[in-house]
Design a protein around this ligand. Structure first.
Ligand code: PEP
Ligand code: MN
Length: 359
């Protein structure tokens, strides 16, 4: 489907985020008590965080887990706003949540990954938000379906929401991986290239699922040029009622943001840097041309083989031949420092295209 334009207000005109990057939304996974909310917010404010998050209604995998404090928690958020002057934000998953948030002066809402995956709910929320100018961030759906993600953005934009952005938090997988959710950065990169003006946040807490991965994910997000981070922070993480493993104390978050991650320049005008990078890029361009020439030549021969097989009444696919080719490629490729996964990805794609060309 052709990409429809979104009518957007730039992030730095929302009245809550300012340059330089990253714009940060921080706060506990869940609001648990007035004391926990206030203490965490005070800690975050002390080093300049000004958009506070806290889950009020929590979508949980299993029944019987802590499912959020509900509307009462909005009073605590209201107190954060009134007494500390922070902007407040929470997740909405229904029309009722939206109305409650509007009533309590919530400044920003986001749609969770499970909600984005459900167009009925997205539409219900979009209808409830109609004619408000509250900023909305849309997390990626749990499954890596870019159209579903874009569809949610379109529904909200059609309802008049122009302060609209996204949060990348990775995708569910059946396979066991180190992270809680699989980043599949290519999906985020594709979305960015289709909508370069769409404000982009990354949620390293839910992507990593452990505080051990927050630094590498946050750095990756900055290196990819994304504007913001949503990170969970709790005044006493080990006692958190949800997501205890992935939350940082405000002090730890300050250390991560101020000392660990680095915002790299997008470009530089220094003459020496320019000369070197231009030379290296010229080399890459030549190698790319060679790769294209080699791929084209390979495909030509592949087609000849296809004809030859047809004339001799031989099936297109000989699995054992391909296994042998792949094994050889992996062995040789390893000598060039290429990983098995990379080689498999590239050569399986080449093989697929060859088989297609022989049909
Ligand atoms: C959250 O941000 O609290 C949350 C539940 O995240 P997700 O929708 O990414 O699972
Ligand atoms: Mn959480």
């Amino acid at each position: 489907m052709a990409t429809k334009k979104l009518d957007l207000i730039p992030l730095y005109d929302w009245g809550m985020f300012t340059e330089p990057r990253p714009s940060v939304v921080a706060g506990p996974c869940s609001a648990e008590s007035e004391e926990q909310v206030m203490e965490t917010a005070r800690g975050l404010k002390s080093f300049g965080i000004n958009v506070f998050r806290a889950g009020i209604w929590k979508p949980r995998t299993h029944p019987g887990c802590f499912e959020g404090v509900g509307t009462e928690g909005l009073r605590w958020l209201q107190k954060v706003k009134k007494e500390l002057g922070l902007k407040i934000s929470t997740e909405v998953a229904s029309e009722k949540h939206v109305f409650e948030c509007l009533k309590f002066g919530v400044d920003l809402v986001w749609l969770g990954a499970r909600t984005t995956a459900n167009p009925f709910l997205v539409q219900e929320i979009a209808d409830a938000l109609k004619d408000t100018d509250i900023p909305v961030l849309v997390k990626n759906p749990v499954n890596p379906d870019l159209d579903l993600w874009i569809g949610a953005l379109e529904r909200l934009n059609r309802a008049g929401i122009k302060k609209l952005g996204v949060i990348h938090r990775g995708f569910s997988t059946f396979e066991k991986i180190n992270y809680r959710n699989d980043p599949q950065w290519q999906v985020a990169i594709e979305l960015r290239s289709r909508y370069p003006e769409l404000p982009f946040f990354v949620d390293p807490s839910h992507m990593g699922g452990s505080k051990d991965y927050l630094e590498e994910i946050s750095q990756r997000s900055l290196d990819l040029g994304f504007e913001g981070l949503m990170i969970e922070s709790h005044c006493n993480p080990s006692c958190a009622l949800s997501d205890a493993k992935q939350q940082l104390t405000p002090e730890e978050l300050q250390d991560l943001l101020e000392n660990k991650i680095k915002v790299r320049d997008a470009d530089s005008d220094a003459p020496e840097w320019k000369e070197n990078i231009d030379q290296l890029r010229a080399k890459i361009d030549i190698i790319d041309e060679n790769i294209l020439y080699a791929l084209g030549s390979r495909m030509k021969i592949s087609r000849q083989i296809g004809e030859y097989k047809k004339n001799n009444n031989i099936a297109i696919l000989q699995a054992s031949r391909w296994d042998a080719v792949l094994a050889k490629v992996i062995e040789k490729g390893n000598e060039y420092g290429l990983s098995e996964k990379f080689l498999k990805d590239v050569f399986n794609a080449i093989h697929e295209a060859s088989v297609e060309a022989q049909k």
